[in-house]
Design a protein around this ligand. Sequence first.
Ligand SMILES: Cc1cc2nc3c(=O)[nH]c(=O)nc-3n(C[C@H](O)[C@H](O)[C@H](O)COP(=O)(O)O)c2cc1C
Length: 400
Amino acid sequence: MSSSPSRPTVVLGVTGSIAAYKALDLVSRLRRKDIAVIAVMTRSARELVGPASFESLSGNPVAVDLFPRSKPQQIEHIALADAADALAIVPATANIIGKAACGIADDLLSTVIMAATAPVVCAPAMNVNMWNSAAVQLNVKILAARGWTMVGPAEGRLACGTDGRGRLAPVEEIEAAILKALGWSDDLAGVPVLVTAGRTEEPVDPVRFLSNRSSGRMGYALARAAALRGAKVTLVTGPADVPAPAVGTTVRVRTAEQMLAAVTQHLPHHRALIMAAAVADYRPKNAAARKIKKSGTATALELAENPDILKYASVHKKAGTVLVGFALETDDLVANATKKMKAKGLDLVVANGASALGSDDNDAILIRKGGKPLRCGRQSKRDLARTVLDEVVKLVARPR
Ligand SMILES: Cc1cc2nc3c(=O)[nH]c(=O)nc-3n(C[C@H](O)[C@H](O)[C@H](O)COP(=O)(O)O)c2cc1C
């Protein structure tokens, strides 16, 4: 069992605009919300503002080098890209906008941008003629089409003495866009939420097991999204293809029986259980103590049914504990998921097809007790996690 901080992290790219000093105010605002900030400054940005100001306000060293001599053990741009729950470029020069649109990665920040999968918020600031140039306008369109959130620029008096569009947008607007990109809110502040994720592995013998293709991505997205809304998350996870997110407490298990034991132990202390783990329905009845040798003839594996963790939870939960299940169905998605909801006494079922397995996207339908099914359409697991948690927030708010 491990405990780790669940603070969201913003990687803040600061580029060589005269408005670079305004990013300091943004750092202070984010830090007041207990959001971690790691600033990445370009060479031009450092000509305009000293890194020491960003370091003292963020409490983190400023990253500047693609090849930092002091950290040979890690690849700096990948570590930064992976750390980001959101990437913010404030202020963004015409240059960084152009490099990002064209896929140029020739310094630390532009390489982090290429490597990051987190949502990006970009706040341009430049002279009005630079902003109106055909190149910048085209590049901004390209980035917006890729899903970047562009904030501003605003109109007004510019540093170069002219009037027009090009000022950095007000810092509070940029902050609001970053909070939205993070999925940050306090609507689950202090609420204990138990999330299961990953798959289970059921041993056949010491070297073989039965399992499934679940990657852990959906459950991890839910755990992270709940933590970003202030929930006290306990993550019970089986094996997965991707690293577990940093949330309150992480409990690692392997088999369905171990997962049941962990859920049994933690459920009484939680207000909601989100059961996203793909638990094997069956396990080999008698796992062999030694490796099963090839015998030259066909053989059969006797299977025993695994415990139904959701069913167990619905029988043993405290009154008012919210139960969310997943239904992976290849046919009659809504009908089968509704049946599952009733049979197991669930409050919400996330119904999806087999294409969700191992993918970054999901095309789910939320089956809500007493409500209409909500068709979410194809979206990232991060976005689906937010939609699921919007429902969990409503369920948690109901009187017990
Ligand atoms: C004093 C000064 C202010 C500048 N302000 C801006 C600006 O607001 N916006 C911009 O796009 N470029 C501005 N530039 C030009 C950029 O610094 C230049 O294009 C640089 O190559 C940007 O590098 P970077 O994007 O890696 O930070 C400014 C240059 C100077 C000398």
